[in-house]
Design a protein around this ligand. Structure first.
Ligand SMILES: C[S@@+](CC[C@H](N)C(=O)[O-])C[C@H]1O[C@@H](n2cnc3c(N)ncnc32)[C@H](O)[C@@H]1O
Length: 225
């Protein structure tokens, strides 16, 4: 049954107007809901029909940050990015049903973001509850190689927000930032222990709620790569 449901979601998501899927792992091409192959790099504002700033949620899963911020900031555009179509399906179908026109999704590997976004095309990035990658630090989304990718697609001075339940990932991120001589604008190892520094931190993702139910503390770092 679970397999059938996944297949149904894969078929459906291809028809969603707010979802683009990378064609494969070698070409910088995405496929839209009309099954057209597009080189979308540098042209995301054509999807949104405006020149508003573009904010990414990486490892977005069901896209709680992309959608939550989208509702708060109608004058910005939000793109949730994840590998897994069945997770994107949930956020994308709800965003369509609610008429959230400033929210879109891209099914792609974060390793290849520069294929889908031009230099300076992105205003801000949120990385929400990325996988710990215990055995593969190079795959952690705050490894120096990823910070380089983020820098290349961000506008000058564009912020990265990193939210996590994992002490290991939080400390790893702080170490990488120190090694790379990237100043930390704000950090907090337990954001809910006191008044939130920033109201956007109160948006909670699916994974965040699971971690909170297990009494884990939520960590956050903000920096400009
Ligand atoms: C722990 S989940 C968090 C999902 C969501 N941010 C949340 O908080 O509910 C991590 C997500 O990262 C995605 N992911 C992991 N590595 C990725 C990569 N290299 N490129 C794109 N997505 C990736 C997974 O598919 C998964 O949905």
């Amino acid at each position: 049954m679970a397999g059938k449901d996944k297949l149904r979601k894969f078929a459906e998501i291809r028809t969603f107007k707010n979802v683009y899927s990378s064609k494969n792992f070698t070409e910088p091409i995405v496929i839209n809901s009309e099954e057209e192959e597009l080189d979308i790099r540098g042209k995301w504002n054509e999807h949104f029909g405006n020149d508003n700033p573009i904010v990414l949620e990486l490892a977005c899963g069901k896209g709680h940050y992309a959608r939550g911020l989208g509702q708060r900031y109608p004058n910005k555009n939000f793109i949730g990015i994840d590998l897994k179509g069945n997770r994107i399906w949930k956020g994308a179908s709800e965003a369509l049903d609610n008429g959230e026109e400033n929210v879109a999704f891209l099914r792609a590997r974060i390793e290849f973001l520069e294929r889908y976004f031009a230099a300076g095309e992105v205003a801000e990035i949120w990385v929400t509850f990325a996988d710990p990658q215990y055995k593969k630090p190079k795959k952690r989304l705050t490894h120096a190689r990823f910070l380089g990718i983020y820098k290349n697609i961000l506008k000058e001075g564009g912020l990265v927000h990193y939210k996590s339940d994992s002490t290991e990932l939080y400390e790893f991120t702080l170490e990488v930032l120190e090694e790379e001589k990237i100043p930390i604008l704000y950090k907090n190892a337990d954001i809910y222990a006191s008044e939130l520094e920033n109201p956007d931190l109160e948006i909670q993702t699916y994974y965040e709620r699971m971690h909170l139910a297990l009494n884990k503390t939520i960590k956050y770092v903000r920096f400009i790569p």
